[in-house]
Design a protein around this ligand. Structure first.
Ligand code: XLS
Ligand code: MG
Length: 344
């Protein structure tokens, strides 16, 4: 049985600012975050392109590669790998109307420039994985953009990335809404369809985020299982969410413990990690969290995951089999509840 390895992104340790209020915590330098990530037991770091190379627009392609090489030396110093690089296509003036499916040809070209730079940075950091969280890919005004055209633009953009580098793997992180309310690729099912439509489906897969599945009204464990059945779950973003409201990136398992148990169970039962996949977190501390506790949500998420992994290891599959044969699902459900409550 594969031992799980964990990854985290620097944006998971943040200053607490949100759409309605300023920061509540001090900024922590990137290298200090690496040091703490390694101490907490993470094996890899997730990056946006401009986490790896801040002010990326100001540099040439070669300068970007050079800066990525410098960053790799810092990762090596702490024994950390890079899991993936994700173009941050939602903060720049060029991506106000999205990136790959912007209504402006110039902005679509800019989005491809950032995508190619993410591939360059990933190679220098020693990973072949590029994640696409399609934040603003869609439309705020339904009649401004044809969903047929927009979907085809996404496929075309991914094909260009696959042609740009023969080894890169493209991993779409689907989300049904926020910041866009009419998204184009909102669930892992959409990702599988997009993958099949590209020139090299074997190199296109998905990153399932627990909260994003919940926002779509779906069960995270089943979304994970769907992608694993297709052999296309390239990574996960485990966290939690209190119902269908704004994206909360809560610590793993803190709202929906049984759903979290089943996410761990489906990963463990199906050999997740045996091909080098990481258990990625995408969690944020509450805005009310003090500076001294800037990493507690990461520790809490790891502790919940490992406690649930122990529950999965104790799960009585013979009892489950008997309940299923007798159609006694009430007994099975109560067994699971007792297991989670520490009564079984
Ligand atoms: C949103 C995404 C985002 C990163 C890419 O959930 O995970 O936080 O940009 O993974
Ligand atoms: Mg995420």
């Amino acid at each position: 049985m594969t031992k799980f390895k964990f990854s985290v992104g620097p944006w998971n340790v943040h200053e607490g600012a949100d759409s309605y209020g300023p920061a509540t915590r001090q900024t922590i330098p990137l290298e200090e975050k690496f040091k703490k990530f390694a101490e907490l037991g993470f094996s890899a770091v997730q990056f946006h392109d401009d986490d790896a190379v801040p002010n990326i627009n100001d540099y040439t392609e070669e300068e970007i590669r050079e800066k990525a090489r410098e960053l790799k030396k810092v990762l090596d110093k702490y024994g950390l790998k890079a899991e993936f690089v994700a173009p941050r296509l939602w903060m720049d003036p060029h991506t106000q109307d999205g990136g790959f499916m912007s209504t402006s040809a110039e902005d679509r070209e800019y989005a491809m420039w950032r995508a190619y730079r993410s591939i360059d940075i990933a190679k220098e950091l020693g990973t072949d994985l590029v994640v696409l969280w399609l934040a603003r890919e869609g439309t705020l005004c339904a009649e401004s953009k044809s969903p047929v055209w927009a979907t085809r633009m996404l496929i075309e953009a991914i094909n260009k990335m696959l042609e740009y580098d023969p080894k890169v793997r493209i991993c779409i992180e689907p989300k049904p809404n926020e910041p866009i309310d009419r998204s184009i690729c909102g669930t892992i099912g959409h990702v599988m369809a997009i993958s099949a439509a590209t020139i090299d489906p074997a190199r296109v897969g998905g990153n399932l985020e627990s909260a994003h599945a919940i926002l779509a009204g779906l069960d995270p464990a089943h979304e994970i299982g769907f992608a694993m059945a297709m052999g296309k779950l390239m990574t996960v973003h485990l966290n939690d969410q209190n119902g269908i409201r704004y994206d909360q990136d809560k610590s793993f398992g803190v709202e929906n413990l049984r759903a979290a148990f089943n996410q761990v169970k489906v990963l463990k039962e199906n050999g997740y990690g045996s091909r080098g996949e990481y258990v990625g977190l995408d969690v944020k501390a509450m805005r009310t969290t003090r500076d001294a506790d800037s990493y507690r949500h990461l520790e809490n998420s790891l502790n919940v995951f490992k406690a649930l992994e122990e529950k999965v290891e104790r799960f009585d599959y013979d009892f489950q089999k008997k309940c299923v044969e007798n159609r006694d699902f009430e007994a099975l459900e109560m067994y699971v509840m007792n297991l989670l409550m520490g009564l079984a």
